[in-house]
Design a protein around this ligand. Structure first.
Ligand code: S1T
Ligand code: MG
Length: 573
C-alpha cells in the first residue's frame, strides 16, 4: 500500500517536473550523448552568443539544468523578465551578434513581449528560448498552468515580434530548425523565437550544422551600384546618413571608408548615434531634425541625394524634420533592399552593397567638404547651482576627457536627449521604439558584453520600472555608475501635457535604497555635489554606484527643449 503511494507520488512529481520515460533514469539528463539542449547551446555559441540571461520556471527547469551543468554558455539570472529581455538585447547590440534570453512558458515569456518587440523594432538579434509543456501534458485535456488561451497562443504572439520561429518537438528535424532560425536572426538582425518543450530537453540529437548564407546576385548588385553612383555624382549636395544597420552588421569601419572615398559629409541617425565617432570620416553630427544642431539639420534637409545606409524610416528619425524630406528622392538601403525613387532592388544585403560601392570607388566623388566637427559641451561649473540635465552632459564629458570613454546605456526620458550632448561613445538606447525600463538592465548587459564599466542614465520614472535589477550586480560583479535624473516627474509627458497632475511622481529617495541592493548611493542637489559624487563613484570599484541627481521639475535639456518646441511648431503647421 505504502509502496504504491510512494510510486504514485514520485510519478506525480516527475509529471510536474516533466520527467518522462526517456529521461526517467536516475542519471542527470545531460549525461546522454549530445542531447537537444546541448545541440542548441552549442549552436548558439557557434553563432556568436556568449552568455544567456534568463529566469526559469517549471517548464524550463530541465533546460536551465543543462545550461548550468553543461557550462557551454554562462547563465545570468535576473529578477523580472523585462530585464532579461533588455539585458540580452544590449549584449546583441554591443557585440553585433546574438543575445540570448531564456524564460519559462506563459508568465515568463509573455512578460518579455515588450523588450522583444523593442528588439524587433530596433533590429537587435535576440534569441528567445521559452520552455513549454511536453507532448504528454499537452494532450492531457487539462488547461495547463501558465496557459493563456490555447497552447499555440504564445507561439502566435511571438510570431508577431520575431522574424523566424521554431518549435522543437522532433529531434530529427531540430538541428535543421535551429540552424534555420539562427541564420534568420543574424541575416535579418531581428529577434527569433524557439519553443523547447520540457520533454524534449534531454533527447539525443545530432549537432546543428550552421547554414551558409547565399551569395547576393552580382548583376543586381552591379546595376544597383551603378544607379547609386550616377545619383551621387550628379547631385549638388550629396549626404550620407548612417543608421542602425551599419552598427548591427558591423560595417562601421567600411562605412567610414565609404564616406571618405565619397568625399561627402556623413551624419548619423539617432539610433546610429556614436557611429564613426572614432574614425576620420567627415562626420558632421547626429540628425535630430528640429531638435538638432542647425548645421546638421540644414545639410540633411537641403540635400538632393541623401544616401540612407541602414536607417530606419521612423518618426523619431524623420518625424521631426523641420522641412518635410521627400523620401522618394532619397536612396534607402535597409532590410536587404535598396529603394531609389519608385523602384527597389531586392535581396541586396547592406554588407554586400557597401563592399560593392567600395570596389567601385577608388577616387573621391566630390572634394571632402570641410565641416566643423560636432561640438559637445564640457567644463561643468562645480558650484552651488541646482543641477540641470545639461550639467550632467558636461560632467560626463569632463569625466570622459579625464578618464577615457565609457560605454553608456540610456533609458527613455530626458536622459536620452541629454545623451545626445555627450561625446559619442558606445551607446545602447531605445531611440526609436522608446520603451522605458531599458536603461538599467541594458547597462548590466553592456558590462557583461563589453567587460567595461558602463554609465547608466535613467529617469526616476524608468528607474521605478526596472532599476531594481541593480540588486543582481553583486552576484555577478557588475559595478555600473548609475545617474538617476530625479525630477519626481514623468517630465517628458508633462512637456506635452503640462496641465496633467498625473505626471507628478513622488520622490522615492533612490539613493537610500542602494545599500540594501548591494551598492552605494548618494543624493546630489548641486553641481559641486554632482562632480564630487562622480569622482567618488569612478574611484569606487566592485559595487554599483547610484548618483541620484535632483533636478527641479520643468528643467529640461536643451535638446528636449528644442524637440518639444519643434514638435509644437510642426503640429501648428
Ligand atoms: N511605458 C513604457 C514602458 N515606456 C514608455 N515610453 C511610456 C510608458 C510612455 C512615456 C514616455 S516618457 C515617460 C513615459 C511614461 C515619462 C518618463 O519619465 P522619467 O523616466 O522620469 O523620465 P523624464 O522625467 O526625464 O521624462 C515616452 C514619450 O513614450
Ligand atoms: Mg522623471
Amino acid at each position: 500500500m505504502l509502496r504504491t503511494k510512494l510510486r504514485k507520488s514520485r510519478e506525480k512529481r516527475n509529471f510536474l517536473l516533466g520527467k518522462h520515460a526517456y529521461s526517467g533514469v536516475s542519471n542527470p539528463i545531460w549525461m546522454t550523448a549530445m542531447n537537444l539542449s546541448q545541440a542548441l547551446l552549442t549552436a548558439l555559441r557557434d553563432h556568436g552568443a556568449r552568455e544567456i540571461f534568463g529566469i526559469p520556471g517549471d517548464f524550463a527547469l530541465p533546460f536551465f539544468k543543462v545550461i548550468e551543468e553543461s557550462g557551454i554558455l554562462p547563465l545570468h539570472t535576473l529578477s523580472h523578465e523585462p530585464g532579461v529581455g533588455f539585458a540580452a538585447d544590449a549584449t546583441a547590440r554591443y557585440r553585433c551578434c546574438l543575445g540570448v534570453a531564456a524564460v519559462t512558458y506563459g508568465a515568463g515569456a509573455l512578460n518579455m513581449v515588450n523588450p522583444v518587440a523593442g528588439a524587433y523594432a530596433e533590429k537587435s538579434p535576440v534569441v528567445v528560448i521559452s520552455g513549454a509543456p511536453g507532448a504528454g501534458e499537452s494532450r492531457s485535456g487539462l488547461l495547463l498552468h501558465h496557459q493563456a488561451k490555447t497552447l499555440d497562443s504564445q507561439f502566435e504572439i511571438y510570431r508577431e515580434i520575431t522574424c523566424d520561429q521554431a518549435r522543437l518537438t522532433d529531434a530529427r528535424s531540430a538541428p535543421r530548425e535551429i540552424a534555420r532560425v539562427l541564420a534568420s536572426c543574424l541575416r535579418e538582425s531581428r529577434p527569433v523565437y524557439i519553443e523547447l518543450p520540457r520533454d524534449m530537453v534531454g533527447v539525443p540529437c545530432e549537432p546543428v550544422v550552421p547554414l551558409v548564407p547565399p551569395a547576393p546576385d552580382r548583376e543586381v548588385l552591379s546595376a544597383c551600384v551603378d544607379e547609386i553612383l550616377v545619383r551621387l555624382r550628379s547631385a549638388a549636395s550629396p549626404v550620407l546618413m548612417v543608421g542602425v544597420e551599419v552598427r548591427r552588421f558591423g560595417l562601421e569601419a567600411k562605412a567610414a571608408e565609404l564616406a571618405r572615398r565619397l568625399g561627402v559629409p556623413v551624419v548619423t541617425s539617432i539610433l546610429g548615434r556614436g557611429l564613426l565617432a572614432g574614425t576620420d570620416a567627415p562626420l558632421v553630427g547626429t540628425y535630430l531634425g528640429v531638435a538638432g544642431q542647425q548645421q546638421v539639420t540644414d545639410l540633411v534637409e537641403q540635400s538632393d541625394a541623401l544616401l540612407l545606409l541602414g536607417v530606419i524610416i521612423s518618426d523619431t528619425n524623420f518625424g521631426v524634420s523641420s522641412k518635410q524630406i521627400d523620401l522618394r528622392k532619397t536612396i534607402q538601403a535597409l532590410d536587404r533592399r535598396v529603394t531609389l525613387g519608385y523602384h527597389t532592388y531586392p535581396e541586396v544585403p547592406l554588407a554586400a552593397l557597401v563592399d560593392a560601392l567600395l570596389e567601385r570607388l577608388d577616387e573621391k566623388i566630390a572634394p571632402a567638404m570641410r565641416f566643423d566637427p560636432p561640438h559637445y559641451p564640457r567644463g561643468l561649473q562645480a558650484d552651488d547651482a541646482s543641477i540641470t540635465p545639461n550639467d550632467i552632459a558636461l560632467a560626463i564629458n569632463d569625466l570622459m576627457d579625464t578618464h577615457g570613454r565609457m560605454p553608456i546605456a540610456a533609458d527613455v526620458g530626458d536622459c536620452l536627449f541629454t545623451a545626445m550632448d555627450i561625446e559619442p561613445t558606445a551607446l545602447v538606447a531605445p531611440g526609436y521604439y522608446a520603451t522605458m525600463g531599458f536603461g538599467v538592465p541594458a547597462g548590466l548587459g553592456l558590462q557583461t558584453a563589453s567587460g567595461e564599466r558602463p554609465l547608466i542614465l535613467v529617469g526616476d520614472g524608468a528607474f521605478q520600472m526596472t532599476g531594481w535589477e541593480l540588486g543582481n550586480c553583486r552576484r555577478y560583479g557588475w559595478d555600473p555608475i548609475v545617474i538617476v535624473f530625479n525630477n519626481s516627474s514623468w517630465e517628458m509627458l508633462r512637456t506635452f501635457q503640462p496641465e496633467s497632475a498625473f505626471n507628478n511622481l513622488d520622490d522615492w529617495g533612490f539613493a537610500a535604497m542602494a545599500e540594501g541592493l548591494g551598492g552605494d548611493g548618494v543624493r546630489v542637489g548641486t553641481r559641486a555635489e554632482l562632480k564630487a559624487a562622480l569622482d567618488h563613484a569612478l574611484a569606487t570599484r566592485g559595487r554599483f554606484q547610484l548618483i541620484e541627481a535632483i533636478i527641479p521639475r520643468g528643467v529640461l535639456s536643451d535638446t528636449l527643449s528644442r524637440f518639444v518646441a519643434g514638435v509644437k511648431r510642426l503640429s501648428q503647421k
